[in-house]
Design a protein around this ligand. Structure first.
Ligand SMILES: Cc1cc2nc3c(=O)[nH]c(=O)nc-3n(C[C@H](O)[C@H](O)[C@H](O)COP(=O)(O)OP(=O)(O)OC[C@H]3O[C@@H](n4cnc5c(N)ncnc54)[C@H](O)[C@@H]3O)c2cc1C
Length: 273
């Protein structure tokens, strides 16, 4: 029986870390014979782990951004558009100007930040979990000459669980480098009972490292709201942490289109088997 070659359409949603890696490999292996299409609302890939270096002014946004069109040389077609809907039954994705169908769909839409989920958050916290906010935080740090800096974590999922630990240590190093560490008190709070991590015995090491740097660790602190006028983080059971500069991770949730399409039905995203 003759082999009937069928051209397939592979659609990748999201040009973040996951989408770019998938597109690079699939484009290289299959792009000449099949359609590999990547869709993102942004024209550029932004490398999020470097947001911490933007916070310190060691990188600029242009250093950590690359045009997604560079993937065209790997036979990947790029569509810049908001993804408005996903219909897994019809195998169809709705974009701003068109609908595209697919044979295979890769969803890599990450998490969206939801500052609205903690009352007072938007007015209070400056943080490196979005690029624009990381730039603003850098400007604030440049004119910060002393006081209480509070780094913290809300309930729910967020991008990169160890990053808040890195953030507090990097801030410690930044203030030491500027020669003002003795004028800055750093506090950390988390809902966890102890630090989380995956390397050998990291919980002991992360806790010890934070204390070695003189950073007070507040475990099992669950944020309820933030009072921007009094500059206080309000926790469960009336625990409070005052701050001069709040660097709190925003709450995160799955991309809205995944919730709307029913593909994600947990607060962390799509259930996988
Ligand atoms: C400060 C910080 C430090 C980090 N450090 C590390 C680290 O050291 N090591 C590590 O492994 N990870 C780290 N991470 C986590 C890492 O960046 C993420 O895990 C990774 O980016 C997730 O990749 P993703 O492709 O799933 O999603 P994302 O990178 O979030 O990409 C999702 C893409 O989908 C697009 N998108 C979403 N919704 C829509 C829509 N409706 N329409 C169109 N486009 C849409 C977005 O524009 C985005 O480009 C860090 C993250 C942060 C914030």
């Amino acid at each position: 029986m003759a082999f009937a070659f069928q051209r397939k359409k592979i659609v990748i949603l999201g040009g973040g870390c996951g989408g770019v890696v998938a597109a690079t490999h699939l484009g290289r292996k299959l792009g000449a014979d099949h359609d590999v299409i990547l869709v993102d609302r942004r024209a550029e890939h932004i490398f999020m782990p470097a947001f911490l270096f933007i916070m310190l002014g060691e990188r600029q946004p242009r250093d950590i951004s690359r045009s997604l069109r560079l993937l065209e040389k790997r036979n990947v077609k790029i569509i810049q558009s908001e993804i408005l809907g996903i219909d897994p039954v019809r195998r169809e994705v709705s974009l701003e100007r068109e609908k595209i169908n697919y044979d295979y769909l890769i969803v890599s839409l990450g998490l969206q930040t939801r500052p609205d989920l903690v009352p007072g958050f938007a007015e209070s916290s400056q943080h490196p979990w979005e690029i624009e906010s990381a730039v603003r935080l850098h400007d604030t740090l440049a004119s910060f000459n002393g006081g209480r800096v509070v780094v913290g974590v809300p309930l729910g999922p967020y991008r990169c669980p160890p990053a808040p630990y890195e953030a507090q240590w990097m801030l410690d190093g930044y203030f030491r480098q500027r020669g003002i560490r003795e004028r800055v008190e750093i506090d950390y709070f988390t809902r966890e009972a102890e630090p989380i991590g995956e390397a050998h015995d990291p919980t002991v090491w992360m806790d010890a490292e934070s204390k070695r740097r003189g950073i007070k660790q507040n475990y099992e602190f669950v944020v309820r709201s933030i009072d921007p006028e009094r500059k206080v983080v309000q926790g469960l059971y009336n625990y409070r942490i005052p701050y001069d500069l709040l660097v709190m991770v925003p709450p995160h949730r799955p991309a809205q289109v995944l919730l709307d399409s029913g593909l994600a039905d947990t607060e962390t995203g799509i259930r996988v088997d």
